[in-house]
Design a protein around this ligand. Structure first.
Ligand SMILES: Nc1nc2c(ncn2[C@@H]2O[C@H](COP(=O)(O)OP(=O)(O)OP(=O)(O)O)[C@@H](O)[C@H]2O)c(=O)[nH]1
Ligand SMILES: [Mg+2]
Length: 281
């Protein structure tokens, strides 16, 4: 439960390609943790509120704790480039249903490049499934490589699609430099227990201040206002791929969302509640 009055909920994003089981995973988390945590959900769909209706129909949470954002455009845009609609939905949910411990945000199904901005969520998991083929984990991408957790989902289907789960998990671990990978099926309780333990572990780290939100990328265009007169939106392909939209206007006193991936590679965008700015060091 919330440990200090006014602390906001931990915000966890769920991204991954279409149909890999994001909504089902959210329903699973809600079911598994409903007695222990106060949970809310924001879903993103391009043209419908189908995911929110699915979750309400599952009866895993009171209906008012499930909100939907209709992005009307590429889902990537609404979770990364302009997170306004999602942030408003999350903040409304937190206010209307206070206090909440955990808010889950489901991305619209996208491709391998979609990841959440750390301005929207504190951590994110990326969902693949065995039905997409055992090779996918090896193909990499920002979510596979750098999400807080990679889920290899629907492992109960592996024999039917001729995928070797252990091999797929090993490939995924290789693509992640050993960061956590979870083989999951909503139909295998022992895997659901592992998912539940991971959520508890991360929530505890968030509350103790040990969790650092990371930006998995991908690289996005940005500019350096301090580099002379002819600045243009550009990217630094040579700097490790962890940059995002930013400026260096802070050198004149106005902070903005930015990061300096070239200064160490694992920078994040974060905010200081006391000064209202969103930035990284
Ligand atoms: N066998 C099996 N099927 C699953 C599992 N998880 C999800 N599914 C099925 O996979 C299909 C897609 O699941 P969803 O949860 O809707 O997937 P999604 O990623 O939210 O889909 P979009 O939001 O459309 O991208 C549904 O038919 C689910 O029942 C699982 O662990 N095992
Ligand atoms: Mg869904």
């Amino acid at each position: 439960m919330l440990e200090e009055p006014g602390a906001r909920a931990f915000r966890l994003g769920v991204a991954g390609p279409v149909g890999t089981g994001k909504s089902s995973l959210i329903a699973t988390i809600c079911r598994a943790l409903a007695d222990e945590l106060r949970i809310g959900v924001v879903t993103n769909d391009i043209y419908t509120d189908e995911d929110a209706r699915f979750l309400r129909a599952e009866g895993v949470l009171p209906a008012e704790r499930i909100r939907s954002v209709e992005t009307g455009a590429c889902p990537h845009t609404a979770i990364r480039d302009d997170v306004t609609a999602n942030l408003l939905a999350v903040e409304d949910l937190e206010q209307d249903c206070a206090p909440l411990d955990l808010v889950l945000v489901e991305s619209g199904g996208d491709n391998l490049t979609a990841t959440f901005s750390p301005a929207l969520v504190d951590a994110q998991l990326f969902v693949l499934d065995v039905a997409g083929g055992g090779d996918v984990a090896r193909k990499g991408g920002p979510g596979i490589a750098r999400a807080d957790l990679l889920v290899v989902n629907k492992i109960d289907l592996a024999p039917h699609v001729e995928v070797d789960v252990a091999g797929m998990v090993a490939d995924a671990s290789g693509a992640r430099d050993g960061a956590p990978v979870l083989a999951l099926s909503k139909n295998l309780p022992e895997t659901v227990i592992e998912l539940k333990a991971w959520v508890h572990w991360l929530l505890a780290r968030y509350r103790s201040g040990e969790h650092d939100p990371l930006d998995p990328g991908p690289m996005a265009p940005h500019f350096h206002a301090d580099e002379g007169g002819m600045n243009m939106v550009h990217s630094h392909a040579d700097e490790g791929g962890m940059n995002m939209v930013h400026s260096h206007a802070d050198e004149g006193g106005i902070d903005m969302v930015h990061s300096h991936a070239d200064e160490g590679g694992m920078d994040m965008v974060h905010s200081h509640a006391d000064d209202g700015t969103v930035h990284s060091h």
